[in-house]
Design a protein around this ligand. Structure first.
Ligand code: SF4
Ligand code: SF4
Ligand code: FES
Length: 423
């Protein structure tokens, strides 16, 4: 990073004007790709000179304006409103116009440093190791992930974002003829969905989603957050049908692995994972038995952690497919099929050490956990249960005798045109 420049502008009549911002020199390392060239992607490094409070998008546009007009980057508002400038900066999916270049540079230096976490407060890092914040690591800018790249930093959002958005019917399904004027709803009934309404469709969550990386057909965080926007809307009359559809889809609400990446990436605080958990909680409350066994699998997780204070993977399969005393003695044919189908997963679990392989180990006791840590986890579980409403928990631990799945509940709900109760 070069020396900072400071100057004071002087107006035509000689009076001192507002001070001109300090500028610094930054190096950007951009992943570029030009389909016409017939060659693969490559990295290009270049320098820009900017006020540290300006954005990475400003840096890209400066380079495009002054050095190479062929650099492709999508943007419009430059104010974190339109959602068009999604990229990855230093590996994190975000908006280029919302990321200050000075902060991105400090992050790059901290991430490359031998000490300090990239998430450590910058003051602490600067104090302990000034070299880390004044280093010369380039700011790495890449196109968003999980999407085909059209050119340089411009991705094709059709197949991974807009198509999935349409998949969840992203409009209100109301009841019959429109009213003469607007439908009035109590403001309180909308509080639950205001978070999802803040979405600007930037795709940063989709770009960072680990499940989508493994299963490109996963409906994904943005579209599922949008689904909750209507499931939770008291004016929508098809929330039950929407929930049934999203629960039964093998790439639906139970395909999320709770990795939190979409929460970290979202620039608008939509917290897509939380919305997916709300959908799951409502599907559970509606007693929708999904063909993916997702609800039972979650219930098994919760039950094992509540009782053992750790996740014992060797109990998980059985509890997921044949829960409760009765289920263990007389498993349903579907449970036997599910258990048999999971044998390869179990073998991989034993090989990787995730599942106990030696019968002498006590079930539910984790040999690597020190002292009474499992008791601590049980206490945390109890606390979470006590405060589940305020923590927006979506499922509870269930006793040994879990409800027997009711085959009828796998049938689609009767289409109801009755307006639903407020969520
Ligand atoms: S929490 Fe779920 S939806 Fe969000 S990024 Fe992770 S897997 Fe994807
Ligand atoms: S949920 Fe957040 S990250 Fe995802 S598209 Fe909407 S605003 Fe962007
Ligand atoms: S340019 Fe509009 S959100 Fe960045």
């Amino acid at each position: 990073m070069a020396e900072a420049e400071t100057s004071t502008a002087v107006s035509e009549n000689g009076a001192a004007a507002a001070p001109v911002a300090e500028t610094e020199q930054y190096t950007l390392k951009v992943r570029r790709f030009s389909p016409e060239s017939g060659q693969g992607p490559y990295w290009q490094e270049f320098d820009v000179e900017l006020d540290p409070t300006l954005s990475v998008l400003d840096a890209l546009l400066q380079f495009k304006d002054r050095e190479d007009g062929s650099l492709s980057v999508r943007c419009s508002c430059r104010a974190a409103i339109c959602g068009s400038c999604g990229v990855k900066i230093n590996g994190q999916s975000t908006l280029a116009c919302l990321t200050q270049i000075g902060e991105a540079h400090e992050f790059a230096n901290r991430a490359a440093g031998t000490s300090g976490s990239p998430d450590a407060p910058k003051e602490a890092v600067a104090e302990s190791s000034p070299a880390l914040t004044s280093g010369s690591e380039p700011i790495v800018v890449e196109p968003m992930g999980n999407m085909p790249v059209i050119k340089d930093l411009v991705t094709d959002m059709e197949s991974t974002h807009w198509k999935k958005m349409r998949r969840v019917t992203p409009w209100l399904l109301d009841d019959g003829d429109p009213p003469e004027r607007e439908r009035i709803v109590p403001p309180d009934s909308m509080v639950d969905i205001t978070q999802t309404i803040a979405c600007i469709q930037c795709g940063a969550c989709v770009s960072s989603c680990l499940s989508m990386e493994a299963d490109p057909d996963f409906i994904g965080p943005a579209a599922l957050a949008k689904a909750y926007r209507f499931v939770g809307d008291p004016r929508d009359v098809e929330s039950k049908e929407r929930l049934y559809d999203l629960a039964q889809d093998p790439h639906g609400i139970y395909d999320c692995t709770h990795c939190f990446a979409c929460i970290d990436a979202c620039p608008k605080g939509v917290a897509p994972m939380d919305q997916i958990m709300r959908l799951r909680r409502l599907a559970g409350e509606q007693e929708i038995v999904d063909r993916n066994n997702g609800h039972n699998h979650e219930a098994a997780f919760v039950k094992i952690i509540e009782k053992k204070g750790t996740l014992d993977e060797s109990l998980l399969l059985q509890e997921s497919y044949a829960p409760g005393v009765k289920g263990k003695l007389i498993p349903k044919p579907s449970a036997i099929k599910g258990l048999l189908g999971s044998i390869p997963t179990a073998v991989r679990g034993i090989r990787s050490g995730k599942m106990r392989s030696l019968p002498k180990l006590i079930p539910g006791v984790h040999h690597k956990l020190p002292g009474d840590s499992q008791e601590h986890v049980k206490r945390i579980f109890g606390h979470a249960e006590e405060h589940r409403t305020e923590l927006n928990l979506y499922i509870t631990g269930e006793e040994d005798e879990l409800a027997e799945p009711d085959e009828d509940k796998t049938s689609p709900p009767e289409a109801s045109r009755e307006p639903k109760e407020n969520q």
